[in-house]
Design a protein around this ligand. Structure first.
Ligand code: PGA
Length: 254
């Protein structure tokens, strides 16, 4: 059985004070919720204070990106090792906004995931097709290439430690969620790819989150699908009531 994991991707939002207020509310609302793993991913500047505010709670701490080198002359970058030092446990890698606005490629995503794994942290690796690609019938080709290149050379053990987030770009921040069947179809395809890449046993273990306009109203139906193992939540993770409701609604029997 794969444990459901719900992660809030706060993107470029919230001052330190607002971030601490949000996790303080979540800590209260979600106290004792252990049936699903819960993660919040604030901006770098809020990590230290959020970490303190989270102490003694069931919530995990994530970052939204990292660089693949450990240290050196890379102005402006933050490494996985330094994020570990700051108390981070999860790092989102290859979000479509990073691919679109910061020119990340499957190759850089591969290096970053490796750096995260090397530090013993958990990568949340994002893949997903654009609307044009879906309408042109290329969804599965795109997913295949993203998996093959982003996870190139991974051992079964490395793959097992990696969380994949399937986020159709057309569903991110648009209010247009993939239907549970649409998402399940791609999740099942990703798992089939993983069987070919790292074998059946590892493929069975890998958690695959869905992301793209997840809300309290659609979380349960998505989570009931056999290959959907959680959610990466953007907009609805910025408020305690909606994020807590998503987490609670994600406790489903499969
Ligand atoms: P959304 O974002 O929930 O606002 O659609 C999801 C994401 O970008 O991870």
């Amino acid at each position: 059985m794969r444990k459901i994991i719900i992660a809030g991707n706060w993107k470029l939002n919230k001052t330190i004070k607002d971030a601490v207020d949000l996790v303080t509310a979540l800590k209260k609302d979600l106290a004792g919720t252990t049936a699903v793993d819960i993660v919040v991913c604030p901006v770098y500047t809020a990590l230290a204070d959020v970490r303190k505010a989270l102490q003694g709670s069931v919530l995990g701490l994530g970052a939204q990106d990292c660089y693949w080198e450990d240290s050196g002359a890379f102005t402006g970058e933050v490494s996985a090792g330094l994020l570990k030092d700051a108390g981070v446990q999860y790092i989102v890698i290859g979000h479509s906004e990073r691919r679109q606005f910061f020119h990340e490629t499957n190759e850089t995503v591969n290096k970053k995931i490796r750096a995260v794994l090397q530090q013993g942290l958990i990568p949340i690796a994002c893949i997903g097709e654009t609307l044009d690609e879906r309408e042109a019938g290329k969804t599965f080709d795109i997913i295949k290439t993203q998996c093959e290149k982003s996870f190139a050379g991974f051992t079964a053990e490395e793959m097992k430690k990696t969380i994949i987030a399937y986020e159709p770009v057309w569903a991110i921040g648009t209010g247009k969620t993939a239907t549970p069947d649409q998402a399940q179809e791609v999740h099942a395809y990703i798992r089939k790819m993983l069987v070919a890449m790292v074998g059946e046993e590892a493929a069975r273990v890998v958690r695959i989150q869905y992301g793209g306009s997840v809300k309290p109203e659609n979380a349960a139906e998505l989570m009931k699908k056999p290959d959907i193992d959680g959610a990466l939540v953007g907009g609805a993770s910025l408020k305690a009531d909606s994020f807590a409701a998503i987490v609670k609604n994600s406790v489903v029997q499969k």
